[in-house]
Design a protein around this ligand. Structure first.
Ligand SMILES: CC(C)(COP(=O)(O)OP(=O)(O)OC[C@H]1O[C@@H](n2cnc3c(N)ncnc32)[C@H](O)[C@@H]1OP(=O)(O)O)[C@@H](O)C(=O)NCCC(=O)NCCS
Length: 160
């Protein structure tokens, strides 16, 4: 996958790349920061290792400073999950890079719709996601996600 770059900020060189199994600890640390507040669901180290090929990380050179999981929900439907940016790097376009990289990977993998479950409607709106009812989710939504909004975006093979 082509990596995406953000402008240099205070000497940082921020890019995204596909995660490797060796990134699992760093990804878990990032996710864990947002579990207590109920923002993200916890992920075990084993889960992240096993599904590392579905994660994308944002890096400042070698340091992992953001991550996201592209999770297949159905053959044409994928979920953007576990989006987390290190607080020290927030507000510098890292979240944007991760959402864009997720959309690109989802498009390349042939999904027609990408969705996210979040209370942060304003954030996802910026990227063209709209609040939408997805019937496939009705049966399986967890206690945590049931009260959050579902934001979806249709993907097109030609989108960046
Ligand atoms: C939400 C989060 C991923 C944003 O990451 P970030 O790197 O700070 O975001 P960016 O700097 O790329 O911001 C991109 C745009 O979204 C806006 N934005 C950032 N956080 C926002 C928020 N919480 N609500 C609304 N807009 C937001 C920015 O102002 C920016 O807008 P602009 O392009 O007009 O300048 C980050 O705050 C985070 O990790 N939060 C905790 C976990 C979480 O909430 N995950 C999302 C739920 S799955």
């Amino acid at each position: 996958m082509t990596s995406h770059s953000a402008p240099r900020t205070r000497g940082a060189k921020l890019t995204t790349r596909r995660a490797k199994e060796t990134d699992a600890w760093a990804i878990k640390d990032l996710i864990d920061r947002y579990v207590a507040s109920g923002t993200l669901l916890p992920r075990t180290l084993d889960f992240i290792k096993d599904y590392a090929h579905e994660f994308i990380v944002a890096v400042d050179r070698d340091k992992v400073i953001g991550s996201v999981h592209l999770d297949e929900y159905a053959p044409s439907l994928a979920e953007l999950r576990s989006l987390a940016v290190d607080p020290e790097y927030q507000g510098r376009g890292v979240g944007r890079l991760l959402v864009q990289a997720t959309e690109k990977l989802a498009t390349a993998r042939g999904y027609h719709t990408l969705f996210a479950v979040s209370n942060d409607e304003e954030f996802f709106k910026r990227f063209g996601f709209e609040k939408r009812h997805i019937p496939e989710l009705d049966l399986e939504r967890s206690e945590v996600s049931r009260f959050k909004g579902v934001h979806a975006k249709d993907l097109h093979p030609s989108s960046p």
